[in-house]
Design a protein around this ligand. Structure first.
Ligand SMILES: Cc1ncc(COP(=O)(O)O)c(C=O)c1O
Length: 391
């Protein structure tokens, strides 16, 4: 059963000129839908980068309420932040450099990814020092050529794991990898990476090591590639209701809905004559006597500077485009001569496509990036309005 959609316009903070609304019901419902689509697999909600801009702790709790049994973050500091907030869900951290405080990770009951023998050595040293068992996920690079042990490197990592698993310093909980082109499910690398993953697991098993969770699927593979689900799926973007494969479907086509809405109030509405250059560089010029509206959001708030003259904004049911350049704190809209509103009117920067609002995907398309970047860029200086949950 899904939680009814929360209202999309909660009261903004007193006097705020712009704000971000996060619908935690949407996050829980999205996870519920992803769980429904992945029978037999557990779900790790990826909440790195402040939960893709949606708020780490509150999003993690909402994801767990929807059925996530794991949380995933890149940085150790993010995992420790979850623990400090009292989130006790099993959590994996995977990106660090030599010198990382693995002792703190073990003390905080975190699972740690290792991609190389040096990392395993450091984790083992911290575990021995504490007389505790470190929980490790071995990462194999199946072809992304980013993190993970590649080729002979994997064989070396498996060899290094044997004795420390036998000694009991390490529990090898998981084996995992990440796709390069999951958003193109028919691309030959997708099949090739899956095959390499299966071989890598077999190599571990031949060494007498049996991980309990094998995981490979991000959002795109979770939604489009059941063969990649294995024991655990690891979606991030889809948790927040965005489509990882916009060419294949909008969020609603996958039973998802966007959890983030960004709203602003016009700071000023004023008449301008035809031929008036607008904003820095006069990259836009009015074509008629008109009304200009000032939106108090700029690139310091996460509005891409590249959105000048292309970024979509919802105004009174219409879709307008940023007029001229985006500045650090503000940009301008040409509201047209018959605009009947005034300063203080709400405009929608991004929200739910199904409700007719410009979406993160629309912004991504307009500026030539991906929806991931649009939502994760939204600045922490904007106040948050949270719908649902106790956060
Ligand atoms: C290793 C890893 N797994 C899973 C994810 C989640 O990916 P997505 O947001 O595409 O679902 C990410 C995100 O980039 C990642 O780096």
């Amino acid at each position: 059963m899904t939680t009814p959609s929360a209202p999309v316009s909660a009261a903004p903070p007193e006097g705020a000129s712009a704000w971000v609304t996060i619908d935690l019901h949407a996050i829980s419902d999205n996870v519920r839908e992803l769980v429904r689509r992945t029978p037999g697999a557990e779900l790790m909600a990826v909440v790195k980068a402040d939960a893709y801009g949606h708020g780490l702790e509150q999003s993690a709790r909402a994801a767990v309420a929807g059925g996530a049994t794991w949380l995933g973050v890149a940085q150790l500091s993010e995992a420790l932040q979850l623990r400090a907030a009292g989130v006790t869900t099993r959590a994996l951290t995977w990106l660090y450099a030599p010198g990382a405080d693995f002792g703190a990770a073990i003390d905080a009951d975190l699972d740690i990814s290792v991609s190389a023998p040096w990392a395993l050595d450091a984790v083992v040293a911290a575990a021995r020092e504490r007389g505790r068992i470190a929980r490790v996920h071995a990462k194999v690079d199946t072809g992304l050529a980013r993190n993970g042990a590649l080729g002979e490197g994997w064989t070396e990592l498996v060899a290094a794991l044997g004795p420390v698993v036998a000694e009991g310093a390490v529990e090898l909980v998981g084996v995992w990898s990440h796709f390069a082109l999951a958003d193109a499910p028919r691309h030959p690398t997708v099949l090739a990476q899956r095959e390499r993953f299966v071989d890598a697991v077999a190599e571990l098993e031949r060494a007498g090591i049996r991980p309990s969770v094998r995981h490979l699927a991000n959002s795109a593979a979770t939604l489009t590639n059941p063969d990649a689900h294995f024991d655990l799926v690891r979606p991030g973007l889809a948790v927040y209701g965005l489509s990882p494969v916009p060419d294949l479907g909008a969020p609603e086509d996958f039973g998802l809905r966007e959890a983030m809405r960004v709203t602003a109030r016009l700071a000023l509405v004023k008449h301008a004559p035809a031929g008036q250059g607008v904003s820095y560089g006069h990259a836009y010029t009015t074509t008629q006597d008109t009304l200009l509206g000032l939106v108090p959001l700029g690139y310091a708030d996460g509005i891409p500077r590249h959105a000048g003259s292309v970024g979509p904004v919802g105004v009174d049911g219409r879709r307008l485009t940023v007029a001229g350049r985006v500045c650090m704190d503000q940009f301008v809209l040409d509201l047209g001569p018959s605009y009947a509103g005034a300063a203080g009117d709400e405009v929608v920067i991004l929200g739910r496509g199904a409700d007719g609002e410009p979406t993160a995907q629309d912004w991504a398309t307009a500026v030539g990036t991906i929806n991931y970047e649009i939502v994760t860029r939204v600045s922490s200086r904007l106040p948050r309005v949270v719908l649902g949950g106790q956060a």
